[in-house]
Ligand binder design. Structure first.
Ligand SMILES: C[S@@+](CC[C@H](N)C(=O)[O-])C[C@H]1O[C@@H](n2cnc3c(N)ncnc32)[C@H](O)[C@@H]1O
Length: 334
């Protein structure tokens, strides 16, 4: 269920939960969820709650507790113990589609898993298993587990409606806060290029917030087609130049020193594109480079090695045990 929330660092999460409970600000019946290094806590009065615990106001989907039960609680006793124990605790919700990361060994129990998820998250109409993300387009390998047979949906992120085809384009609902954060850094009049735009959430947030010239580039034409649908739905047609193609080809036609800001969310390969980006950035221009690393220091050094000056670093989402996706906010120094 959609709810306003407050995002806090995991380290202080128990203390924050205690304070919010004391003040009667917790939303009853919704289960807090972990996104990256933060806990999102559903609350009644987000501004007051954020002030109380020093967190950030947010909006997200939360599992409804059936008298405090999770989907795994509902499945206890219904599956072999070893299968039950190995099921993940959480799953993503994109619009009204739930996507749970499973192994092949879980698939025979997929129908029960889907039914349990649809019981606890009332607005979910479709459930897929994801067997991993693959290929240059970073598209998940999905298996339908239950509910309606479709892969298109509309996901809401802080009031922006994002059209997503979960079977044909990459989308991660855990990046909502990051999309909004980067959009908030853009100033009116900037020329911005999102080089690996996916279905275009960064571009949509920027276009909604600022008068900027935004290019959203992606090599996956299905992702660009989703972005075009979103531009219409959000009445933002003409505010984003959607480019279907390779970021290298896009950069080859951009003049030197033209870009004020570049967003590079292709965590395994973004740093390889930095040499091509540098001449296109103006002096003092910004690059937000996403990197898979085991520590903030490792992420920063991967970016500085390529000639950008790192200014800040934060972890954005979990990637694997002891590996995170970090964003390194960096500048071109001349
Ligand atoms: C991690 S996803 C992007 C997610 C998106 N920025 C978001 O926040 O939802 C990476 C995207 O880069 C695209 N991609 C991969 N190689 C590319 C290239 N050489 N040029 C342009 N896009 C590319 C993929 O198709 C994929 O949509």
């Amino acid at each position: 269920m959609r709810s306003t929330c407050v995002g806090v660092e995991l380290r202080g999460a128990n203390e924050a939960l205690r304070k919010l409970k004391e003040e009667g600000l917790l939303r009853k019946g919704l289960i807090p969820r972990r996104v990256g290094g933060r806990l999102l806590i559903p609350v009644e009065d987000p501004a007051r709650a954020a002030e109380l615990v020093g967190g950030e106001v947010c909006e997200d989907d939360f599992e409804v507790s059936e008298r405090g039960k999770t989907y795994k609680d509902l499945l206890k006793g219904a599956l072999p113990d070893e299968v039950h124990a190995s099921l993940p605790r959480s799953y993503d919700v994109v619009g009204d589609i739930a996507i749970i990361r499973l192994g092949e060994e879980h698939l025979p129990f997929g129908k029960a898993v889907a039914e349990a998820i649809m019981r606890v998250v009332k607005n979910v109409r479709v459930v897929y298993a994801s067997l991993g993300v693959e290929g240059e387009w970073r598209v998940p390998r999905l298996v339908h587990l239950g509910g309606e047979r479709r892969s298109e949906t509309v996901h809401r992120e802080y009031g922006v409606r994002i059209f997503v085809d979960v079977a044909r384009a990459y989308f991660n609902p855990g990046l909502g806060e990051e999309h909004r954060r980067v959009a908030g850094l853009v100033r009116d009049g900037e020329v911005v290029a999102d080089l690996f735009a996916g279905v275009g959430p960064f571009a949509l947030h920027i276009a909604r917030l600022r008068r900027a010239l935004v290019f959203a580039v992606d090599i996956n034409p299905w992702a660009i087609s989703c972005l075009l649908r979103s531009l219409t739905m959000n009445r933002l047609v003409g505010r984003v130049a959607a480019v279907s193609g390779d970021a290298r080809d896009f950069l080859s036609v951009v003049g030197d020193g033209v870009l004020d800001r570049v967003i590079m969310n292709l965590p395994h390969h973004a740093t390889e594109f930095v040499p091509g980006v540098l001449p296109k950035l103006r002096c003092g221009g910004w690059a937000h480079v996403y990197v898979v690393a085991t520590s903030p220091e490792e992420a920063v050094s991967a970016v500085s090695r390529r000639g950008l000056e790192p200014v800040g670093v934060r972890d954005v989402i979990d990637y694997a045990p002891r590996k995170w996706v970090f964003v390194v906010d960096s500048r071109k120094v001349c």
